[in-house]
Design a binder for this molecule. Structure first.
Ligand code: GRF
Length: 222
């Protein structure tokens, strides 16, 4: 069932979500607009009510619900995920607001083939509540990072960062909206670089076209 352009097999994406799925939507649209040449093989959610599932169905994509409550431990849950990903022959696993921590054996199995997006300029502000932390820290800039997933939470090598200003009197909500807008630009870009085989990792740094490239930082001033 895999599609092709000029007989070239498109790279297959498994996108993991738990909620709204606006980053999923950005990737769907990048493919529809032919900015990104890849195939979404499956969208997996651990939450039955995730709006992203509806977005996937609207786009005619295969979906799979894997409720974590149905599994007694993480190893079994990760195995169910592995079964799904391998069934759909995914080349790249994209965590897009997937609110589960993946186990070591899962991450090792797909080494350098799992991406995540985190709403901060890593290594700053790992974990939750990043927008409030950036405001409380008195920072003048904030943003989002797409990184490869390793066994250390939010600490894998960064592929691209989107940088936005923090304005005076910003609230966490307003800042979150600004960061979201830049997420929707940097995630499809990171995926595009991956499917075009332009990314390498050297000394725990991600290189684009074999160098640390200025395109790996995107600044938005509004
Ligand atoms: C994003 O803010 C992302 O940085 C974080 O989860 C959120 C997902 O948003 N990891 P959405 O579901 O893609 O709208």
């Amino acid at each position: 069932m895999s599609s092709s352009v000029n007989d070239v097999r498109l790279k297959r994406l498994a996108i993991l979500i738990s909620g709204n799925g606006s980053n999923l939507q950005a990737i769907i649209e990048a493919i529809q607009n032919q900015q990104l040449s890849a195939e979404i093989a499956v969208v997996v959610s651990n939450q039955p009510n995730a709006h992203g599932l509806q977005r996937a169905r609207d786009a005619g994509l295969p979906t799979k619900l894997l409720k974590h409550q149905d599994y007694s431990n993480r190893v079994d849950y990760d195995q169910a995920l592995i079964n799904t990903i391998d069934h759909y022959q995914a080349d790249l696993i994209i965590m897009a607001g997937f609110m589960r921590i993946l186990g070591e054996s899962f991450i090792d199995r797909y080494k350098n083939r799992i991406m995540n997006i985190h709403p901060s300029l890593l290594p700053k502000y790992k974990g939750l509540n990043t927008h409030a932390k950036a405001i409380a820290g008195g920072d003048s800039i904030h943003g989002a990072s797409v990184h490869f997933v390793t066994n250390q939470l939010d600490a894998g090598p960064v592929i691209i960062q989107g940088i936005v200003p923090i304005h005076q009197n910003d609230t966490a909500e307003r800042l979150q909206q600004r960061v979201h807008r830049i997420e929707h630009r940097i995630y499809p870009t990171a995926v595009k670089w991956f499917v075009e085989d332009r990314l390498t990792i050297k000394d725990k740094k991600v290189l684009l076209d074999n160098q640390q490239h200025s395109d790996q930082q995107l600044h938005i001033n509004a």
